[in-house]
Design a protein around this ligand. Structure first.
Ligand SMILES: [Zn+2]
Length: 371
């Protein structure tokens, strides 16, 4: 056993047990009171025993956890639940820094409705619009990576997932302060979200725009500056963009997605003809944001690049991915940790979004269009 982790979140709580060899297990649910039982073919090790103290008091789904040797060679982990849940256990092969992982995802019985969350999170409910006032533009802000997926890691140990969340939260506050916009975060804590779940959330709240926030890394530590990306239906506009999309799409492998029962959403949407129009709008949004970023940061690329980023594949939501800076560059890593600089970046992105919203007549199909 190498390590054990619990990632509590409202979306779902994940429990991970990492080991040197694949762990055999059996899982079953018990009612009255609701419990989950995980029988592991192993012995009690320190890394496993640690699980005991790792349940957060405010975990939305797990009340407590007990583990003990059940019979020779079998350790029984019992999770006392706060409510009936939809559990899902699966194993992952070694990837990146990780060994074998046994993952137990504890989802709520009824999946959270992002629209209801929006109303709850949002400081601004939809108000009956005056005839001359357009509807509120809903901007989805996606903090890249999270949970099991740290994203890129700087030399001082800064994790991309933490920096992206801080900038995303700052940007949300700024957008919510605008009279004609409101923002929704795809994740508001440190937990993993599959790329297609991020896309689905944007679609479910009928987002007008999606902005995915990242902080790049490169093997040369002097690589620097901000860049903005949109989806490409075919080839990437550069080798750099292609490699970056490949790296960002690996988030699902590292974060750990249960491949069983996954729908083919991404393949389907690529056949959608509206994608071409959406990309056109994404490029305009990207240019506006890039231009504003240029006033607070050096630009790594002077134009919006395109590649096949999975998180940008909502076929009806203009979407961009912003690499705010290179976390692999020691100077930029330092700045990314600086609250004032995070604020500058968030403000530049806000200005870019504002420019786009002001200039761009809403598409007839867009929920932004006048009712
Ligand atoms: Zn990233």
């Amino acid at each position: 056993m190498i390590a054990s982790r619990i990632w509590p979140a409202r979306d779902y709580t994940r429990l991970t047990i990492e080991s040197k060899a694949e762990l055999k297990y059996e899982m079953f649910a018990v009612k009255d009171p609701d419990r989950l039982v995980l029988d592991l073919e192993t012995d009690v090790t320190p890394a496993l025993a640690e699980l005991d103290g790792k349940v957060a008091a405010d975990d939305p789904y797990i009340k407590g956890l007990r583990l003990a040797r059940n019979r020779p060679g079998i350790v029984r982990v019992v999770l006392d639940l706060k409510a009936e849940v939809k559990p899902q256990a699966f194993t992952l092969s070694p990837v990146a820094e990780y060994g074998y992982r046994l993952v137990l995802d504890i989802h709520p019985l009824v999946a959270l409705d992002p629209l209801a969350q929006l109303i709850e999170q949002g400081t601004k409910p939809e108000t009956p619009a005056a005839p001359t006032v357009a509807r509120l533009a809903t901007i989805v802000i996606d903090a890249g990576h999270g949970g099991e997926d740290p994203g890129a890691i700087g030399r001082r140990g800064t994790r991309e997932k933490n920096v992206t969340l801080m900038i995303a939260k700052r940007l949300k506050a700024l957008i919510d302060a605008e009279p004609n916009m409101r923002a929704v975060l795809t994740r508001d804590g440190d937990y993993f979200l599959p790329l297609n779940t991020r896309v689905d959330k944007a679609r479910q709240v009928r987002a007008d725009l999606l902005v995915s926030i990242h902080a790049d890394s490169f093997k040369r530590s002097n690589a620097r500056g901000s860049s903005v990306f949109a989806l490409s239906e075919r080839r990437a506009t550069s080798e750099m963009a292609r490699l970056l999309a490949q790296r960002e799409n690996e988030a699902d492998l590292i974060g750990g997605v249960n491949l069983k029962g996954r729908d083919s959403y991404v393949t389907q949407t690529l056949l959608d003809l509206s994608q071409t129009a959406t990309i056109d709008y994404s490029l305009r949004l990207g240019s506006s944001v890039l231009q504003r970023l240029g006033s607070v940061a050096e630009l790594h690329k002077a134009r919006v690049e395109q590649a096949s980023f999975a998180v940008l594949k909502a076929h009806d939501v203009p979407s961009i991915l912003v690499e705010t800076a290179f976390i692999s560059n020691p100077q930029e890593e330092k700045r990314l940790n600086d609250r004032a600089y995070q604020d500058k970046l968030a403000r530049a992105i806000l200005d870019g979004i504002r420019d786009y919203v002001a200039r761009q007549p809403p598409r007839p199909a867009s929920p932004m269009a006048l009712r």
